[in-house]
Structure formats: structure tokens, C-alpha cells
Design a binder for this molecule. Structure first.
Ligand code: C2O
Ligand code: CU
Ligand code: CU
Length: 498
């Protein structure tokens, strides 16, 4: 991989029409050769990942199977890229499940590297949570059981200790949607008008292969923005409302979404499901692993209108080149629209601050070895940072004392809510249930959550996957005597019938 100097990088940034100011955190570090001139934004067709059918179903459970494998695919026109994908695709197939039906998902590892499968957002038992040391080696499989208690946009991804950034970057991520009757009975856009937007930035070498450059463990900044695996796609839409489930699977990049027309995005859902009421916003930040469900109303545009989903470029990302755009919607046909956005989406019981039994402080910062630490510590399977009892409510204060980077902090197992950020209310669109909390530059974010529905050891970490791998990840334990996360190890192939 060719490294370039900062001076060359600045020159390229200027030529690309981007800001000539590199983010402070990127200065003095070379970054990979830019390749974005190889594909013109908005020339490639939008694509929706396929929905995965169960292998079989019984009265309580749907059984799914996916094989992790390498595949050569065309991402850049005329070039071949090796990806590592679930069923050889990036993103992996979407699983759609109904609330309270159980899923059993068999992951078969034929991708050549050890993997751990985590369903992000699911309250899984410890042995099915994709614990970072609970690895599925090449030639092994593991069956994971998921209870699906709440409707939300989730995602599954690799969680192998120290390797998550590489493995997710190469393609090991997919969406998992749980729906319930309440949501399906709302008049929101459905089916063909309810569409995943899985965003990830990438760096390509001139031969089409992926370059993984984490800038000496600081972060990976791709110059090509993909949506559902396609660079800057162009989607043909009707002049009506669509629901988009936006998921940021980028390794290190956050985005600030906005429409080129200046019209509002209508936020109806956060990480852990529908909001209580829709929130209109001109722009919004989305950190790595966050999910926001948005309605875009194309009915106000005449046929022929082009609407760009822009990235206004939050600080401490490399916001040069074409990273200021994500995709384009072309309004090409008229259709009637019987969907609407109810003023009440669901009834969320927010936890009052007074019910917290304690407050804990967690400082996310740069260390030495490892490079990234929480309260001074990196990963240690035998260490427990917090031991709330089952059903206890706690407030966690998440501190980022640096102006040089941001940390989207993720807690496994629980959904929580943001109380405040630097003493101020959170953004209106963050006022739902969440499992990732954007702790921006010099921010302290207070979150409140109830530790349920089961006991056991669970990880929490920064979802900048480069930070997570080096080693900004620790664990808490709910109650005592939970199931050991390592108690259901992967089994060698061949596997018995599901
Ligand atoms: Cu999305 Cu611990 O992960
Ligand atoms: Cu998770
Ligand atoms: Cu971080």
C-alpha cells in the first residue's frame, strides 16, 4: 500500500474540491491512496440486500443458516473485489422476524479466519451474544438462539477479539429486523417502501481490492461511500413517502445526514425501535453502529427532481473528496400514497432519573499500550467493571475529554436512553431507546438504563471498531452466576440438519 505524505494529502484534498484542512486527529498520519475518481457518484443502481428465508419453521421458531465465505464481486465497475461475507455478500442478507418468535441462526465459518457472530441490539443469553473470545474457527459452525422480544432495526456482525474492524470492513455485517403488531398496524410506509440503507466507507486499490488502513490504530477513513454495498448509488423513487432504516456499519466514520433540498428528515425510530413521536430535523449525526429509521417524503417534489442524501461531515472524520455525499434519490414516477406518519408511534416508558440506584463514570481515552482504554484499561476477560443486579437502574456517565476524536459507546444487552450531553438535552432525534451513544469531542453523555432481562457477563465498548480492537472494550456483569459466555463453543463441521 502506498503511503502519502500529509503535504500530498492536502494537495489531493484541494484537487478534490474538499476542505484543505485535515481533521486534527488525521494530521501527521499518512493515509491510503484515494481512489474515488474511479467511480462517478450516482451512476450505479441502488440495490436492496436479499431477505433470508428460514431453512424451516415450527410453531415457535424459525431456523436460518448462513455460510461465511469469501467472494469476488464487482463493486467498482469493471474491477473485482474480494469480500468476506455472510453467504458471500456484502451486506449480508436481511433477516426479518416477528416479535416473540424465536430465531435459531446457524453461522457456518468457511471464511478462513476465526469469527464471532454478534446480533447487535438483541438481549441474547451470554453464550449467544457473540462474545469476543467465543470464536467460531474456520471449518466450525455455531447455532445462536435469539428471543426477539422487541421490534427494532438490529444488525449482525463479526465480533472477533482484535479483528472486528478488519472483518466488518471486509464485509461481515447484515441487517436484522424485528417487527411487532403495533408497528405493522401503523399506517407507515411498508414492504417495498421500507428499505435498509446500510452505509460503509471503503478504500480501494487500483486493482479493485480493499485496502485496510487504520492509520496506526487511530481509525479507518474510506474515500468511497457505499450504501448496501454500492458506491454512491442512485435510487429511483416514486413521489411518495419511504421509510429508510439507516445503519452505519462504517469502521470509524460518522456522518451528518441532510437532504440537498434542505427539507426535513423525519425520524421515527432509534437503535431500539420506534420513537414515541416523530421528530423533524434538517440534519442529524449518525455514529458507527447507530440506527435511525427515517421517513423521506418525496411527494413534495415534481417528477425529475434529484435529491441527494448528503454528509455534512462531523468533526474528526476525513471529510474530503466525495465523502460529502452518500446517495441520490431520483423522483421518476408518480404513485398514490396511502401511508401516513402518526403523531404517536408507541408508548415508551422512560425511566425517571430518581429510580437510579447509583451512578458510574467511564472515561474513554487514548492510553499507551493498548492505544485506547476505558478508565485506563483495555480488554480483560477476567475483569468486571460494573456489577448491577438484575432490574437495577443505573446512570452511566460516559466521558470523552479529548477534542481529537469521538466515541460511539455501545452497551450490550440493554436499551438505555440519554439523559443529557454536557448538561444539555440530547438532540430531539436521540430521544428514543438506544444502545449506542455518540460521545462527541469534549462531551460527557449521561445515560440511564435498567439491567435486564437476564444476568451474565456482557461487553461494552467504543464502536469505532479500530478503537474497540485496540482495546477500548470491557465488560459488566449483571447479577451473579450467569451463564458462562464460553459455555456453548462452536462445533466442527459437518453439522447435523437444523
Ligand atoms: Cu455492534 Cu459489541 O457490537
Ligand atoms: Cu452489540
Ligand atoms: Cu472510540
Amino acid at each position: 500500500m502506498k503511503k502519502i505524505t500529509r503535504r500530498e494529502a492536502l494537495k489531493i484534498a484541494a484537487l478534490a474540491g474538499g476542505s484543505v484542512l485535515l481533521p486534527v486527529a488525521l494530521q501527521n498520519r499518512g493515509y491510503a491512496q484515494r481512489t474515488d475518481e474511479r467511480v462517478e457518484p450516482f451512476t450505479l443502481a441502488f440495490h436492496t440486500p436479499p431477505v433470508l428465508n428460514p431453512v424451516r419453521s415450527d410453531s415457535t421458531t424459525d431456523y436460518y443458516q448462513m455460510t461465511l465465505q469469501r467472494a469476488n464481486v464487482e463493486i467498482l465497475p469493471g474491477r473485482t473485489t474480494e469480500i468476506w461475507g455472510y453467504n458471500g455478500t456484502f451486506p449480508g442478507p436481511t433477516i426479518k422476524q416477528r416479535q416473540n418468535r424465536q430465531s435459531v441462526v446457524r453461522f457456518i465459518n468457511n471464511v478462513g479466519v476465526p469469527t464471532s457472530a454478534h446480533l447487535h441490539g438483541m438481549a441474547s443469553l451470554p453464550q449467544y451474544d457473540g462474545y469476543a473470545e467465543d470464536l467460531i474457527p474456520q471449518g466450525y459452525y455455531k447455532d445462536y438462539t435469539y428471543p426477539n422480544p422487541t421490534a427494532a432495526t438490529l444488525w449482525y456482525h463479526d465480533h472477533a477479539l482484535g479483528q472486528t474492524s478488519v472483518n466488518v470492513y471486509r464485509g461481515l455485517a447484515g441487517m436484522y429486523i424485528v417487527q411487532d403488531d403495533n408497528e405493522l398496524n401503523l399506517p407507515l410506509p411498508k414492504d417495498d417502501y421500507d428499505i435498509p440503507l446500510i452505509i460503509q466507507d471503503k478504500i480501494f486499490a487500483s486493482n479493485g481490492s480493499l485496502i485496510f488502513d487504520d492509520q496506526a490504530q487511530h481509525g479507518l477513513m474510506g474515500d468511497v461511500i457505499t450504501v448496501n454495498g454500492v458506491p454512491w448509488p442512485r435510487m429511483e423513487v416514486a413521489n411518495r413517502k419511504y421509510r429508510f432504516r439507516v445503519l452505519n456499519t462504517s469502521v470509524s466514520r460518522s456522518y451528518k445526514l441532510a437532504l440537498s433540498t434542505g427539507d426535513d428528515l423525519i425520524v421515527i425510530g432509534t437503535d431500539a425501535g420506534l420513537m414515541s413521536a416523530p421528530v423533524n430535523t434538517r440534519d442529524m449525526r449518525i455514529g458507527m453502529a447507530e440506527r435511525y429509521d427515517l421517513i423521506i417524503d418525496f411527494s413534495r417534489y415534481s417528477i425529475g427532481t434529484q435529491v441527494v442524501l448528503q454528509n455534512l461531515g462531523p468533526p474528526n472524520n476525513d471529510n474530503t473528496g466525495n465523502t460529502n455525499k452518500i446517495m441520490r434519490f431520483d423522483v421518476v414516477r408518480s404513485e398514490s400514497d396511502n401511508s401516513s406518519i402518526p403523531s404517536t408511534l408507541r408508548n415508551i416508558q422512560f425511566i425517571p432519573e430518581s429510580s437510579a440506584v447509583r451512578t458510574r463514570d467511564f472515561t474513554f481515552e487514548q492510553g499507551g499500550n493498548p492505544l485506547w482504554v476505558i478508565n485506563g484499561n483495555g480488554w480483560d476477560r477476567n475483569a468486571i467493571d460494573a456489577n448491577p443486579q438484575l432490574e437495577e437502574v443505573e446512570i452511566w456517565r460516559l466521558h470523552n475529554n479529548s477534542g481529537l476524536w469521538f466515541h460511539p459507546v455501545h452497551l450490550h444487552l440493554i436499551d438505555a436512553q440519554i439523559l443529557d450531553r454536557n448538561g444539555q438535552p440530547p438532540f430531539a432525534y436521540e430521544r428514543g431507546l438506544k444502545d449506542v451513544f455518540y460521545v462527541g469531542e469534549n462531551e460527557t453523555v449521561r445515560i440511564i438504563g435498567r439491567f435486564r432481562p437476564q444476568i451474565g457477563k456482557y461487553m461494552y465498548h467504543c464502536h469505532n471498531m479500530v478503537h474497540e480492537d485496540h482495546d477500548m472494550m470491557r465488560q459488566f456483569e449483571v447479577g451473579q452466576g450467569g451463564i458462562d459466555p464460553l459455555s456453548a463453543p462452536a462445533q466442527p463441521l459437518p453439522a447435523p440438519a437444523l
